[in-house]
Design a protein around this ligand. Structure first.
Ligand code: HXC
Length: 545
């Protein structure tokens, strides 16, 4: 009779396993198989040679394995493809074959939710991208797109593996293709933690958010030596492609961290605001912060001189749950502020003119920055709050020749295309085309509020009277000109420097009590939560703008 309590693998009887006395049976042990398996895995998982790991540490960098450990929930990472190796034999590379081929791929949980992660290992062939390395990344991306989970890439690489020739270039092509296919389907995040050079920079540029760390991350299409040879310019790595360059000048980088651990903390914070894919909503977070909290600061705003600059961040902090605001692109195009907040627990994307920088006027960079953010939040079902205090478009030859018409149109397109709930609050100035651009009612705003302090007009009073009364001003005696201008400007202001004329035409839905702004916005977002428009479910890719 078969002993049903016995161990089918070792052959131990049920009596043995329960500790009762029984006739001993021969136990089959397979130590060599397990030993070999564990040795291979331990060897492969160790990363590059010890001296390369020491060199990595000497630069203040973590290893590829440590980076994943920082990012994911403890013990949740499951690696796939650990044993894959390069098949290239040219240029003596065969002797350098390593398991994993210089990149770790797998999936883990971040804040309890699954994500696909790859982490390039600079200690193995400089993290360079060969055929197998690319295959591992593209397989992971395909799986993530199918499974509808975010893709996070940690990049630390010398770029295309020179020994593998066009195979490595093709590998990049395959990654770019997947970046584009995944765009607007699942969130994609790139964390640059080392060099990222040549055409390799275009994978991060195709993703939704790029993180860099001061002193560690460098991105450029051609390095300092090529720049010098081609143009004669002398420039160091940091100035050419360091984190602050890309955060403040080029706009390639969305978030800058002081250290790698700080960077991973920021990535996790960002992810807490994002849905897993375009079919889901962003996670709701309960709050004790009352929706009825009054905001005295907005009453004060109504009392101050309309030309006085202020940082719009203060208003965003007061409006949001628990005063929390995750700003995106903090150092780039500071005249417009974008980022994530929660209102009544629901994630909201904020776009706000910032009067403390260039008076909050719209320019080329501000248009690009806001348009891309709007396209991201719209693609991932995150409603939009627009805070308006804008004197117009930034004037100048550089702006016109640089294409403010073309770039400004991106903002109009992004707002008009967005089908998520859109609520606008006019805080103060809202002049001309910039008023229309900032999610105005007739360009598709669902609910457009205004504070009593709003000034909504075709242009500012001083500019308007110079056109309307140019003849009278010209004909007035010189000593009377200024008084005449002041009188005419006041007349114009009395008529237009308030929101009431605009509210009377329905271009503004409601002029609201400033202190009650948070309540009004939260109630409006709750009402609009189920908003659906035909075509809304169609994918809109987050094309780099
Ligand atoms: C093969 C590479 C490599 C590469 C680095 N290594 N880059 N191996 N292909 N692209 C190897 C080095 O030979 C070295 O191997 C190890 O990685 C570490 O590199 P070091 O130079 O010792 O490190 P460091 O001094 O820190 O300099 C890092 C570096 C430098 C700045 C990244 O290695 C470098 O300039 N590499 C070349 C960068 C580049 O031009 N890449 C091609 C970009 S064009 P050993 O055996 O000595 O440890 C590109 C096209 C993409 O990527 C196109 C997509 C469409």
């Amino acid at each position: 009779m078969t002993d049903l309590m016995g161990d089918p693998i070792t052959g131990a009887t049920g009596a043995e396993s329960t500790g009762k006395k029984a006739h001993p049976k021969k136990v089959r042990v397979v130590p060599d198989t397990l030993k070999k398996f564990r040795e291979i895995h331990a060897q492969a998982a160790a990363g590059g040679p010890p001296e390369k790991i020491a060199a990595q540490k000497a630069k203040g960098k973590l290893t590829a394995q440590e980076r994943i450990a920082y990012l994911v929930d403890e013990g949740s990472f499951q690696e796939i493809g650990l044993l894959m190796e390069s098949r290239c034999t040219d240029f003596g590379i065969k002797d350098k074959h390593i398991k994993g081929d210089g990149v770790i791929t797998g999936f883990g949980r971040i804040g309890g939710r699954p994500a696909a992660i790859f982490s390039e290992d600079f200690t193995q062939l400089g993290g360079s991208l060969g055929r197998t390395h690319a295959d591992k990344i593209t397989r992971l991306m395909d799986m993530a797109i199918d499974a509808r989970i975010p893709i996070i890439g940690i990049l630390d690489s010398g770029g295309a593996r020179i020994q593998e020739g066009v195979d490595s270039l093709d590998g990049y092509g395959e990654i770019f293709l997947r970046n584009t296919r995944a765009s607007g389907v699942v969130p994609q995040i790139s964390i640059i933690l080392g060099p990222c050079a040549g055409g390799a920079v275009y994978s991060p540029a195709l993703t939704d958010f790029v993180f860099m760390v001061k002193g560690i991350s460098h991105m450029f299409v051609t390095g300092p030596e090529v720049v010098k040879a081609a143009t004669g310019e002398e420039v160091d790595f940091e100035t050419l492609g360091g984190s602050m360059t890309h955060a403040s000048k080029s706009g390639v980088c969305h978030f800058v961290a002081n250290s790698e651990s700080d960077c991973f903390r920021q990535v996790k914070e960002l992810m807490s605001f994002l849905p897993q894919n375009r079919s889901e909503s962003a996670p709701v977070q309960e709050t004790k912060d009352s929706p009825n909290r009054k905001i005295a600061l907005l009453e004060k705003l109504c009392e101050i001189d309309a030309r006085k600059p202020y940082r719009v961040h203060h208003i965003i902090w007061w409006l949001s749950d628990d005063h929390k605001f995750l700003e995106v692109h903090h150092a780039f195009a500071k005249n417009i502020v974008v980022g994530f907040i929660r209102m009544g627990g629901q994630v909201v994307g904020v776009i706000a003119n910032n009067p403390s920088h260039m008076a909050g006027a719209l320019d080329i960079n501000a248009s690009d920055k806001a348009a891309r953010f709007i396209r991201f939040v719209n693609g991932f079902n995150i409603p939009i709050l627009t805070l308006v205090d804008v004197p117009g478009y930034w004037p100048g030859v550089a702006q016109e020749h640089g294409g403010i018409i073309r770039h400004g149109a991106k903002l109009l397109y992004a707002y008009s295309e967005a089908s998520v709930p859109k609520i606008t609050l006019v805080l103060r100035k809202a002049y001309g085309g910039a008023y229309i651009a900032m999610s105005s009612k007739l360009m598709g705003g669902d609910i457009n509020f205004s504070l009593p302090s709003a000034e909504i007009a075709v242009m500012g009073p001083r500019g308007a009277i110079e056109i309307l009364y140019s003849r009278q001003i010209k004909e007035a005696k010189d000593e009377e000109k200024e008084a005449l201008r002041a009188k005419l400007a006041k007349e114009y202001s009395d008529k237009f420097a308030s929101p009431y004329q605009t509210a009377s035409t329905g271009s503004i839905d409601e002029v609201i009590e400033p202190a009650e702004s948070r309540t009004r916005l939260i109630e409006a977002f709750r009402m609009l939560a189920g908003k659906r428009r035909p075509g809304q479910q169609e994918r809109t890719g987050n094309i780099p703008l």
